[in-house]
Every structure is written in C-alpha cells, then in structure tokens.
Write a protein that binds this ligand. Structure first.
Ligand SMILES: [Zn+2]
Length: 479
C-alpha cells in the first residue's frame, strides 16, 4: 500500500461506512448478548457517534471489560478505521487460530506511525509546549513553581505507574495535565492518558497547534468526538491575549447543532475563551466550552415538538366532517408519516379510514383542548359517550387527556342528566374486572406515547400498574 498523505474528512452527521468486505462479519455484544452484523452495526451509526463509541470501546478493552467479541473465536475486538475512514473490527490479539485475519489492512494510525516515527520531539512539539507554558505563566491563578514541562507525574494509587505530561500545572481548580496532540498521538495513547488522569482526579486538556473542520485526521476526531465536539488550540494570538488579560485563553473550535426544516444540521464555530470558562468533567475526562450534547438534546426536543404541533394542526384542519380524508391533503400526511417513522412511530396511510387510530386522535385532542376536535359535537360529554360506545380502547387515553388538560370540572358540568356519571361507574367496575375492551390498542400505543407524551405515560403506567388485560384490576379510582 502506498503511503500517501491524502486525508479524508467525514461529516460528523454522515452515516459511518464499513470496509467493503470485513474479515470479521459478526461480533457478539456482551452487554445485550446479541450477535451483530458488523457492517450493519457500523452503518447504523453516524460518524461522530461511532468515533465517540470507539473511544469508549477501547477504554473498556483496556479495563479488561470488552464490549464486543469475535463471533467465531470469542477474542475481544475493537473498532478501527482504515485510511479512508472506513471502519472494521479487529481482534485484540491475533494468533492465527481464527479464520478472520484482521491485521492485513493498515489503519491510518499505523501508516502515520511508520511514516512519522520520531516526530514526537519535533520543533512543532517544542513550540506548542512553550506556548502552553507561557499562557500558564501569564495567569496568576496557576502556581508559578508548579508549571513544568516533561516532568514525571507518579500515580498516587499505583507506585509503578507514571506519565510525563507535556506541561503540568496546579490551580484552585486542581491539577492539570496539558498534552499537545501531534499527528502521531494515536487512540491507544489518548485512551490510556484519559484513564490515568481520571484516576488521578486531574484535568487533562488536549491542545492542538491548529484545527480545520474541513481537514481532520482520525487522531483529531478521536479527541473531538470524545470531548463533546470541542477542541482547543493554543497559538500566537491566544498567548498574546493570555498575557494581556493575565488569564489563560485558548481558541475553542466547537460544533453547534441547528434545527432547520425538520432536520438537525451542524455549524462549526470558534471563539477565544478563558480556560476558567471551560467546563471540566473529571468523571468523563471532558473539557468543553460549548455543551454540544445538551444542546443537541434540546434540538431533538424542538424537532419532536414541531412534529407534534404539525400533526395536531393537520388533524384540526383535515379531520372535520367535510374535509375528512380529502385526498389532496394526503401528501401532507404521508410527509408526516415519514417523519414519524424516524422516531419508530408507525401511523396508518389513511388516518381517516382507520377507525381506532382516528378515534384515538379525536379523543386525546378533544380531551386536551376541552372541546370536540374532529367531531362536530358541541360538548365534551358527547365526545365521552361516543368513545365509550364506539372505541372503549381509547377511553383511558381520553380520561387522562381530560386530566392533563384540566377539564374534569367542565366535563362534569356538561353532564346535565347524570348519564355520564352513571356510565362512568359502570365502566369503573368493568375496569376493576380488567375488561378487555378497555385495553389500549397495541398498534396505536407508539403514536400515543410520541404525540402525547404526558397522556401516553399515564396510560401506560395505568396499564402496567393494573396488569390490565391480564387479571381483574383494583386501582382505577383516578379515572
Ligand atoms: Zn475471531
């Protein structure tokens, strides 16, 4: 194989790609106990997530708690990337006893290790250590005499273990190890340092000489994606700012999730920030300025809520008596169906024609809003009777929707003849006997849980608590 310097940079959110014909076709996940097809496993992950996962996998391997083993020989395996950033599993050790030979293909790490052997004490490395030291010395928060380069750091727990961080320092925040990331700082080194400094309860800050989101090596990605999508650079400008402000500053490059037209995309940003504004997590050995993970979680919530709102709006506009099932709206519904499928929620192609699903949607929306949605009824109590007569499987959802919407008193006030009250007593007695007709539809449950999380959670808790559909229930006074 030719040792070229062509680097492939993969978008963090793109799906990861396996090698064409992996030697190890199947692995066993020791946590779930399942056999996994390695190609399918790799393809199911987005690139950034997979890189983060492989750091965790490698750590588990070092702790002798491997997550995956070869399905043929049961040797622990780990995930590696070849020079095109295509992934495959490799045996931890290969003695020839397994027909799968995983050590033929060179990884980017191995190519670079061969090529740049001896690069560690390069001028670039010396320079970055100097820049880190100058930044620290400019900042009175760090004890002057404790700022040292290349000094042995002995483990406080294991007298035989030690590391030699590029630069170390102490402040009121604790002990710090600063490591320059070089093109030959490979995953094994990254992982063992993470573990060492975590055991020392010390902060480990990786520092790069430069970063470009469009040209990233595997070694940079390993740091980036295991560090909440933040990386730090120290350069002439940051040193000047550190010296001017007398606070250690770093240039932080970070990934920002953006919600756009129903999907999440990323934007890379950079900012020069003081080290004291960097959040440090000892347990996960992460140091970041922008909390990508939390923000991405919020973005997913926003997307989900947008989708819920879209479904409710569609329903209010299309499920009236005149417009119900109007074919011209079906494209809009099919687009919604596709977006719901991403969340593992299946809904019918023709929502108006599916009696149980249509009734559930009518029932929950009416219960939440306090007036008929989808039906032409004037009152909520008419909706209640309709559900009880036609679709008792949706009665629990309706009852909890009334609770969540706070419309119990309204429903009662509309029950002028007391007919609903009497009916409710009968139904409660039937529920105590676990009458099967009140068991919610299994097919509709995922949609209920996703579209109306509060109502769905109450319904499923009730069903579980009362073993509904199994034996007589006795906990139904709250319906
Ligand atoms: Zn094997």
């Amino acid at each position: 194989m030719a040792l070229t310097d062509r680097n492939v940079t993969i978008d963090a959110r793109a799906y990861a790609t396996p090698v064409h014909t992996p030697e190890i076709v199947e692995v066993i996940d020791l946590v779930s106990g399942e056999v996994q097809q390695t190609k399918a496993f790799i393809e199911a992950h987005r690139y950034g997530e997979l890189v983060e996962a492989r750091v965790g996998m490698r750590e588990a391997l070092k702790n002798e708690r491997p997550r995956h083993i070869c399905a043929i020989c049961a040797t622990p395996v780990y995930l590696v990337a070849n020079m095109h950033k295509r992934f495959f599993f490799r045996h931890k050790t290969e003695d020839g006893s397994c027909p799968a030979k995983t050590r033929g293909e060179l990884t980017e790490e191995e190519i670079r290790a061969r090529k740049y052997h001896g690069l560690r004490e390069s001028e670039a490395h010396k320079r970055i250590k100097q820049l880190i030291e100058r930044s620290l010395r400019a900042d009175p928060a760090f004890e002057t005499e404790a700022i040292v380069q290349e000094r042995r750091w002995a483990s406080t727990r294991d007298p035989k273990a030690w590391r030699k961080p590029d630069v170390q320092a102490i402040s009121a925040e604790g002990r710090f190890a600063f490591e320059a990331q070089l093109s030959t700082t490979f995953l094994d080194v990254v992982v063992s340092r993470r573990m060492f400094y975590r055991d020392e309860s010390a902060h480990l800050i990786w520092v790069l000489a430069h970063f470009s989101e469009r040209y990233r090596r595997m070694t940079t990605d390993d740091l980036l994606f295991s560090n909440n999508s933040n990386v730090f650079v120290v350069d002439d400008e940051t040193v000047r700012i550190s010296e001017e402000t007398r606070h250690f500053h770093l240039r932080c490059h970070y990934r920002v999730p953006l919600c756009d037209a129903g999907i999440i995309t990323d934007e890379w940003r950079e900012e020069i920030v003081p080290l004291r504004a960097v959040k440090k997590e000892l347990d996960r050995q992460r140091a970041y300025y922008f909390d990508f993970e939390t923000e991405e979680g919020k973005s997913f919530e926003i997307l989900k809520q947008n989708l819920r709102d879209e479904v409710a709006a569609y329903w209010a506009q299309n499920m009236t008596r005149n417009a119900e099932g109007d074919p011209k709206h079906l494209d809009r519904w099919l687009a919604i169906k596709e977006r719901l499928a991403v969340h593992d929620v299946a809904v019918p192609d023709y929502p108006a024609r599916d009696g149980s699903f249509r009734n559930m949607m009518h029932a929950v929306l009416s219960g939440l809003k306090g007036h008929a949605v989808g039906w032409q009824f004037d009152t909520l109590v008419q909706c209640a009777h309709q559900i009880a007569e036609r679709h008792p499987e949706n009665l629990l959802a309706f009852g909890f929707a009334i609770q969540v919407g706070g419309h119990e008193a309204l429903l009662e006030s509309q029950d002028l003849t007391g007919k609903w009250k009497r009916r409710r007593e009968v139904m409660r007695a039937q529920l105590r006997q676990r009458a099967r007709k009140y068991v919610p539809s299994t097919a509709c449950m995922p949609a209920l849980l996703f579209l109306f999380p509060e109502v769905g959670a109450r319904v499923s808790a009730f069903v579980q608590r009362n073993g509904l559909s199994v034996e007589p229930a006795n906990d139904i006074a709250d319906i």
